[in-house]
Design a protein around this ligand. Structure first.
Ligand SMILES: [Zn+2]
Length: 448
C-alpha cells in the first residue's frame, strides 16, 4: 500500500507534464522546489509536551520551518497544503536500523552470514536506497544506520540523499562495526586467514593501535557515529579500550554506540561512558539504574512476537520486562528496531512500525512511546537543534496521520503525508517523490 500504483504514477506523470509544459521539460524534467509552502494543520501534535493545538498554520521557506501558529497570514502566492483533517506531527526516528542489509528466508534462511557472502556491496547500496524510501514512507525522517552495511554502503546512501539524488530519511551512519578478532562472525581458519572474510562486515581491532586506526578509517570514509561490539567475543573490550574508542571518536566530533549482549559487557561500556547501548540482552535493573545516572541512551531493539521467526517467546518476555524496567528507571529510551530482514508483505517501514507492539505490551503510555520515537530519538541522533521538532529555523520535516497517536499509538500505522526538507514526499497515502530526484548533486557535492 505504500507504493504508488501504476495508475497513480501515470496520473502523476501527466499532471507533472501539464504543469511543466513541453518546453520546460526539455531542459529539466524535475519540478522546481517551492520556495514557500503554507500548511494548514487541523491538529498539530507536540510530542515534547504531549499536547495538540487545533487549526494551526505552518509556514515553510527554503526547506525550513519559518513560522508556526494560529494567526499566521498566508503569504501571497504560496502553495497551500490542506491537512485540516489530519494530525500533523514531527517525523519519527529509528535509532538502530541496517538499511543496506536484507536477509530473508529464501535462500539464506534468515542467516545474514549467507547474505553477506552472496550479495555485493553495490547491490546492497541499491537495497539501502529502497529501504530508506520505505522507511520515509512510514514516517521515519531520521534513521541511525548502525553497521552491517557492506563496504560503507551506508555512507553512499547518506551522500546520495544529502546531495539530492534520491529521497530518504536523514541518515546518521556508523560505517563498519569495530570489534575484536572475528567481529560477530565465527569463521573457519582458512576463510579468515586466506580469504579475510571478516572484512568488510567488521573491522577487527585488537590492539590499541588497531582500535585508533579503525575509528579513523570509519571517520575518513564518512561515518557520523562510531559503533563497536564490546562483548561479541570472550575477549571483548576492556573499559580502557572502550575509553580509547570514545576519545578517538571525539576527535572527529562523533559519539560511540556499543552492541552489548552480556551484563558484564554492559557494565564495562557504562563505566567507560558510551553514548548509547544497542540491544537489551545484557540490560537488567542494575544496568538501567547506572544508565539513567549517566544519561546513556538505550536502543533496546525490542523485536515483537508478531514478526514471526525473528523473536522467541523467551526473548520477547525479556524485551517487554526490560523495556518496562528501563522506563520505570527513567532511562533515555529510544525507539529502535535492528530491522535488517525481509518480512513478506511488509515494507521496511512497516516492519519498523510493528515494534510498537512490544512497547504496548510493556505498558508504556502512548504519549511516552511517542516521545521515544521523536524527542528522545532526536537527542540520541544529535539532530534536536537542526531537525526533528516543528520549530522555526529547523529542517521542515513533518508527517500526518488521520488518528491521534497520543490516544492510540497505532495511528502511526497510517501515515498519509510526509514532508522532508520542505518537499512533499507522500500525500493522501501515496508516494509523490518527484521533487527529490535530480540528475546531479543539487545540494552540493559531499566528499564525506
Ligand atoms: Zn543491529
Amino acid at each position: 500500500m505504500h507504493k504508488p500504483s501504476m495508475q497513480s504514477f501515470t496520473r502523476l506523470v501527466f499532471s507533472t507534464l501539464a504543469l511543466a509544459g513541453g518546453a520546460a521539460l526539455a531542459a529539466d524534467a524535475a519540478p522546481p522546489v517551492p520556495q514557500r509552502v503554507v500548511i494548514r494543520a487541523g491538529r498539530l501534535l507536540d510530542p515534547a509536551s504531549g499536547t495538540i493545538a487545533t487549526d494551526q498554520v505552518i509556514v515553510v521557506e527554503d526547506g525550513k520551518f519559518k513560522a508556526i501558529g494560529p494567526k499566521e497570514k498566508f503569504p501571497a502566492g504560496a502553495e497551500v497544503i490542506d491537512l485540516s483533517q489530519l494530525t500533523v506531527m514531527p517525523g519519527l526516528v529509528d535509532t538502530h536500523n541496517h538499511l543496506a542489509l536484507t536477509y530473508k528466508i529464501d535462500p539464506e534462511r534468515n542467516n545474514y552470514y549467507v547474505t553477506y557472502i552472496s550479495e555485493s556491496t553495490a547491490l546492497r547500496a541499491i537495497q539501502a536506497a529502497s529501504n530508506g524510501i520505505q522507511m520515509l514512507a512510514s514516517g521515519f525522517t531520521i534513521v541511525r544506520d548502525m553497521g552491517n552495511n557492506g563496504n560503507h554502503a551506508d555512507t553512499a546512501l547518506r551522500q546520495a540523499i544529502e546531495q539530492g539524488w534520491i529521497p530518504g530519511p536523514k541518515i546518521i551512519n556508523s560505517g563498519i562495526i569495530i570489534g575484536g578478532m572475528g567481529g560477530q562472525f565465527w569463521p573457519t581458519p582458512e576463510m579468515r586467514e586466506e580469504h579475510h572474510i571478516v572484512y568488510p562486515e567488521y573491522i577487527e581491532a585488537d590492539t590499541h593501535d588497531e582500535i585508533v586506526k579503525a575509528v579513523r578509517q570509519n571517520m575518513l570514509y564518512g561515518a557520523k557515529v562510531i559503533k563497536i561490539c564490546a562483548d561479541c567475543k570472550p575477549w571483548g573490550y576492556s573499559v580502557d579500550e572502550i575509553k580509547l574508542v570514545i576519545a578517538e571518536a571525539a576527535m572527529g566530533g562523533l559519539k560511540v554506540e556499543s552492541h552489548v549482549q552480556t551484563v558484564e559487557g554492559a557494565r564495562r561500556v557504562i563505566e567507560a561512558g558510551v553514548w548509547s547501548i544497542a540491544h537489551d540482552i545484557g540490560l537488567n535493573d542494575e544496568m538501567h539504574k547506572l544508565m539513567a545516572k549517566k544519561g546513556i541512551f538505550r536502543a533496546g531493539t525490542e523485536t515483537p512476537l508478531s514478526l514471526t521467526g525473528h523473536q522467541t517467546e523467551e526473548g520477547w518476555k525479556h524485551s517487554v520486562s526490560g523495556l518496562k524496567n528501563a522506563f520505570d528507571n527513567k532511562v533515555a529510551i529510544t525507539y529502535s528496531t535492528d530491522a535488517d530482514y525481509y518480512v513478506p508483505g511488509k515494507t521496511r517501514g512497516q516492519v519498523a512500525i510493528e515494534f510498537i507492539e512490544t512497547w504496548k505490551a510493556a505498558g508504556i503510555p502512548d504519549k511516552e512511546i511517542l516521545k521515544a520515537m521523536t524527542t528522545t530519538g532526536y537527542r540520541c541522533a544529535e539532530t534536536e537543534a537542526t531537525r526533528g521538532p516543528i520549530k522555526p529555523g529547523l529542517a521542515a520535516d513533518l508527517i500526518a496521520v488521520p488518528g491521534n497517536p497520543l490516544e492510540k499509538i497505532d495511528a502511526l500505522r497510517d501515515v498519509q503525508f510526509v514532508m522532508k526538507d520542505g518537499m512533499v514526499f507522500k500525500q493522501k497515502g501515496v508516494m509523490t517523490p518527484e521533487s527529490f530526484f535530480h540528475g546531479g548533486p543539487v545540494n552540493g557535492w559531499r566528499i564525506r
